[in-house]
Design a protein around this ligand. Structure first.
Ligand code: ADA
Length: 549
């Protein structure tokens, strides 16, 4: 299932989830039948495999013409072959990519994916880190059969002015033929809001229109009203393509130190969540994603930070449905200035931002975009990069505030750049400090920086606990101690009037490289309030009490 709803009725699409052949580069004779999406680390014997691997399968194309292969995520470097001819490549496990193949004959064809999940020399973002670089075809694959002109994407940006909802609509076309006269119709829940004739030149182009939608119902976190937006493309009176997405009418704004949705102040009570599971790795089925969000709701959480990369679009669909607000961030964690000077870093980072914004901009639950978690925002070079990346996001979207999570307490030189100041702090875990006092000290520093007066989020706070290690409140790594620390941390943050909220680090335990990254017990980051199988720790009830009282 590509999304939580059908994205095309006219365009012929074939979901390629299902059985593929898999083998490792060194053992092409050892072919396995595997179900995708899945992580190769879930294939017995490959739990720790890092290197090149191959997936392949045959597909049947019904009509002569143009096909488009859409990969929602391959971990993390991929070369794609069609009938044994290389037709494309992609870097980054967490963003979708599409390959357009023209003059394809009807009949059976082969697809081969040559992947690599190792921390290879050309990889600037997938590096040894405090999460696991899984391999595999980790998200859905779709084969589409296209007509000469098709709709690549539709962006929908809502705006509310003088008590009327407007929508700025941007339609991206790809014309594979000669100049074409087309009619475009766009509806919301079946009601036509746009109809126009356009001349589309060969290649990629876009049109922009603003439409007024009288009586539109607002999207609210506690009443998440979604609209089904359908774009239909007609040529010579016949509908030759369509695209459906889900949108919502809501605004996100900043007023002084407050973050507002539809003019109402938000109080964020959230979690950082890695896409990771003890059974599925990062290729979680949508049912498992849904279960996570049920636990979010049960604990009274109203937000999720997609630490530290763009998430599976089906998870974002669920967040839209449930009104769980999202801080979605581009892919980076804890990169030093030297790592940010990797020759591929800028290209790979900007590409991730472009792909994240191009594919995820319509999700109403996303209230802020983040970049560069705990990277070198305390250096001049780092500042250049932070500036470039925030501007890149703004070139796509000026309707949402931007932020980044910093750990450069008292040394960050970039707090003039974001709309929201966000800090990762771990009093009582990484250093012995009373949370309340420490918060005041940190906030006093913010007030001496250009971040003064901006909304402030605690983007990470928490403690570790080995699942099942139950003893006394003062024993480090015990569940008792984690609950005790979170109790005191959350009392401080939720009671801190100058904070707009908190994202606990973290929702679930997640795997880290077996090199024992940071000396993580179990080769896991154990700061989840549930373990990797979603078994609750004592801290689960602590958070529930603090978030719902
Ligand atoms: C950092 C980082 C997280 C995680 C956390 C921890 O704040 O942003 O990815 O590594 O520390 O568990 O220490």
């Amino acid at each position: 299932m590509e999304r939580l709803f059908q994205t095309h009725k006219v365009r012929k699409t074939t979901e390629l989830d299902g059985i593929w052949q898999f083998y490792m580069a060194e053992h092409p004779e050892d072919i396995r039948q595997v179900l995708i999406p899945s992580c190769l680390e879930t294939y017995p014997g490959l739990e720790n495999y890092a290197g090149r691997y191959t997936y392949r399968r045959d597909v049947t194309v019904e009509c002569d013409g143009t096909v488009r292969l859409v990969f929602k995520g391959v971990g993390h470097t991929a070369d794609i072959y069609w009938d044994e001819k290389k037709v494309g490549c992609h870097y980054n496990a967490f963003t979708p990519f599409a390959l357009v193949l023209e003059d394809v004959a009807a009949g059976v064809h082969s697809i081969r994916v040559e992947g690599d999940n190792s921390v290879h020399k050309d990889s600037a973002l997938h590096v040894a880190n405090d999460y696991y670089n899984y391999g595999g075809i980790i998200r859905p694959v779709i084969l589409e059969e296209l007509r000469p002109v098709y709709i690549e994407q539709v962006h929908f940006i809502p705006e509310f002015c003088q008590d009327i909802w407007n929508a700025h609509i941007k339609v991206f076309f790809h014309n594979l033929d000669c100049q074409a006269k087309i009619r475009l119709c766009i509806s919301l829940d079946g009601e036509q809001v746009l109809s126009g004739e356009y001349t589309i030149n060969p290649g990629k182009s876009h049109i922009e229109e603003t439409v007024q939608v009288k009586d539109a119902q607002a999207y609210e976190p506690d009443a998440p009203r979604l609209y089904t937006m359908t774009a239909m493309l007609y040529a010579e009176g016949q509908c030759i393509d369509d695209l459906t997405d889900r949108v919502g009418f809501r605004t996100v704004s900043i007023e002084g130190k407050d973050i507002l949705m539809n003019g109402k102040k938000l109080q964020i009570k959230g979690f950082n969540r890695h896409e990771d599971h003890g059974i599925f790795g990062c290729a979680m089925p949508v049912e498992a994603m849904d279960y996570d969000l049920r636990l979010f709701k049960d604990m009274g959480a109203n937000a999720v930070r997609t630490s530290h990369y763009p998430n599976d679009e089906r998870f974002l669909d669920l967040c839209d449905e449930y009104g769980i607000l999202v801080w979605e961030e581009s892919h980076a964690r804890g990169l030093s200035e030297e790592q940010m000077r990797h020759p591929n870093f800028r290209k790979q980072s900007l590409c991730c931002i472009d792909e994240m914004l191009f594919s995820h901009i319509n999700h109403p639950a996303i209230f802020t975009w983040g970049i560069l978690n705990e990277c070198a925002s305390n250096t001049e070079y780092g500042r250049e990069i932070y500036t470039e990346q925030l501007n890149r996001i703004r070139s796509w979207d000026t309707s949402r505030p931007l932020t980044f999570a910093s750990c450069m307490i008292k040394s960050d030189i970039c707090l003039d750049l974001p709309d929201i100041v966000s800090l990762n702090i771990y009093p009582l875990w990484y250093h012995d400090a009373e949370p309340e006092e420490y918060l005041k000290e940190v906030y006093h520093w913010i007030q001496e920086t250009p971040g003064n007066g901006k909304p402030f989020l605690v983007s990470e706070i928490g403690a570790g606990a080995i699942p099942g290690y139950i003893t006394h409140n003062d024993v480090r790594w015990s569940e008792n101690r984690q609950a005790e620390i979170l109790e005191r941390q959350l009392s401080a943050v939720l009671g801190f009037a100058d904070a707009s909220g908190v994202f606990i680090w973290q929702f679930c335990d997640c795997r880290v490289p077996d090199s024992g990254f940071y000396g993580r017990p179990r080769c896991m980051n154990n700061k989840g309030v549930v373990d990797e199988y979603r078994r609750r720790k004592l801290a689960y009830d602590t958070v529930k009490r603090k978030f719902t009282c």
